[in-house]
Design a binder for this molecule. Structure first.
Ligand code: HEC
Ligand code: HEC
Length: 422
């Protein structure tokens, strides 16, 4: 018995011990003072947010290479490769930096030029159904193709990308996807792409034969599938919050006190309760994957960003969507496209709920970096209490402090595929 007492003293602070003693004697009076006591219902919510509840990576039927380790190893190299850009200086990692949790610390990203929106953290992104702030693609592989031909980002063509693959990555490519087509030896116009913003590039693309275009597309798509296989491996490790919940669910409330301070636990209580944050930031990645208009002030008042509303037709008409001929899925497997919600009214100005993992480590915030600090985000939420989607009660300064403290407890190192060969 003595031994056990000493272990407890080692594990808990004196204050914690006192509180749990009071709790034992009189649960009701201590309940309000002890931030670490949770009802069974609250425990269920905590468990649902815990990293331990994260399902295995979902299968992507549209990319049969998504769990192929060689494809992922190639994808990792392509992710960090500067050659796929107009100035040979931009890679995916320019805007998705490992040292900034795969974002870039800027309100709007800088590639070949400045993008209208903020870069997104790639933490656990494979669990999403839609990609980008507006969800204009339905897979990680088709997402990866967008930045390459975007003038503001990598600024090159799919034809050029296929050449670069042939010149620098032929062996690794062929090991995964089979022989590269012969056209690599030919001289297609390197700027050829089905571009709406560049008549010269479009003309060159149209002048190629349908077979040639299909061959270029095939290499381009495979490149996206390799990159998608790598991006899938970017996942969070347990944060102090996860360690806390692990102790709570395994019935060790005293040990849990070492993971979260009283203030952080108060913030957690608000987060799942009065502040209603879990209406949208739910599940182990703290996102429902859906789109909401919170009324974040637009970056450009004259040209407000329509968000999800403008993306619905884009994803439905994309040649690279789950229904398309480059997808490996049967159409009945394309559940999200089949059941897509198309209400323009609901989705005007709506953006994807971002994950809150590592959120305090990667300012600025919102889809165009409208807020410089988490505190500004919280002040914004407080001012928007009348928005029916939020509808939380009045929050005091002290409560904002507590919510902020809690958000700090969601940080952890990330893991992703380690480079095994150069
Ligand atoms: C110039 C900066 C820049 C470059 C280069 C860039 N990205 Fe992004 N990335 C962004 C921005 C900005 C967004 C959000 C864009 C939007 O919503 O319109 C984004 C969004 C994403 C998303 C969506 C995440 C989510 O939660 O939906 C993924 C995945 C991604 N990028 C991966 C990549 C890959 C892979 C590459 C390389 C092929 C790449 N990015 C190149 C800036 C960049
Ligand atoms: C109705 C759904 C909803 C609710 C409720 C909600 N959020 Fe959000 N949250 C979002 C969306 C959507 C965004 C992105 C909005 C944008 O960029 O326009 C966001 C963004 C954020 C961000 C910025 C993250 C980033 O990477 O930019 C933080 C921090 C945040 N929310 C915290 C909270 C907190 C704390 C609460 C509770 C007070 C809360 N949210 C309630 C949907 C919601």
């Amino acid at each position: 018995m003595k031994k056990r007492i000493w272990r407890f003293i080692g594990a808990a602070t004196a204050a914690g011990l006192l509180l749990s003693f009071m709790n034992m004697m009189n649960p009701d009076s201590a309940r309000s003072m002890d931030q670490h006591t949770w009802t069974d219902r609250e425990k269920l919510v905590l468990r649902s947010l815990w990293l331990g509840s994260l399902d295995p990576l979902p299968v992507d039927p549209s990319n049969k290479y998504s769990d192929n380790p060689r494809a992922a190893a190639l994808g990792k190299k392509l992710f960090f490769e500067d050659k796929f850009s107009g100035n040979q200086k931009v890679s995916c990692a320019t805007c998705h930096r490992e040292d900034y949790f795969f974002t870039d610390n800027l309100p709007q990203s800088h590639g070949m030029d400045i993008t209208p929106r903020r870069s997104m953290p790639l933490i656990g992104v494979a669990y999403n159904s839609w990609f980008f702030w507006d969800g204009r693609t339905d897979s990680l592989w088709s997402q990866a193709l967008g930045p390459i031909e975007n003038k503001l980002e990598h600024g090159i063509s799919r034809t050029m990308s296929a050449y670069i693959i042939g010149k620098y990555y032929r062996r690794e490519y062929e090991e995964v996807f089979g022989a590269l087509p012969d056209f690599m030896e030919d001289t297609f116009p390197q700027h050829a792409r089905p571009a709406l913003d560049d008549p010269e590039a479009l003309k060159a693309w149209i002048l190629m034969t349908p077979e040639q275009r299909a061959e270029v597309n095939r290499v381009y798509v495979n490149m996206g599938k390799a990159i998608g296989a790598f991006v899938r491996t970017i996942l969070p490790e347990p944060s102090p919050f996860d360690i806390y919940v692990e102790q709570i669910v395994s019935g060790k409330p005293l040990k849990s006190r070492m993971a979260l301070t009283d203030n952080e636990a108060r913030g957690l209580r608000l987060f799942i309760g009065k502040a209603k944050c879990t209406n949208c930031h739910n599940g182990p990645l703290f996102t429902n994957g859906d789109f909401h208009n919170l009324g974040v002030p637009p970056k450009d008042e004259k040209k407000p960003d329509k968000g999800r509303a403008a993306a619905i037709t884009q994803v439905l008409s994309s040649e690279f969507n789950c229904f398309g001929k480059y997808s490996d899925a049967r159409s009945e497997q394309c559940l999200q496209l089949r059941f897509i919600e198309t209400s323009e009214e609901k989705y005007t100005g709506a953006f994807k709920t971002p994950t809150l993992r590592n959120v305090t480590e990667r300012p600025p915030y919102m889809h165009a970096g409208q807020f410089a600090t988490v505190r500004e985000v919280l002040e914004f939420y407080r001012s928007k209490a009348q928005n029916p989607e939020l509808g939380h009660d009045k929050l005091t300064d002290e409560e904002l402090d507590q919510l902020e403290a809690f958000l700090h407890a969601l940080s952890s190192p990330l893991k992703s595929l380690q480079t095994d060969e150069k």
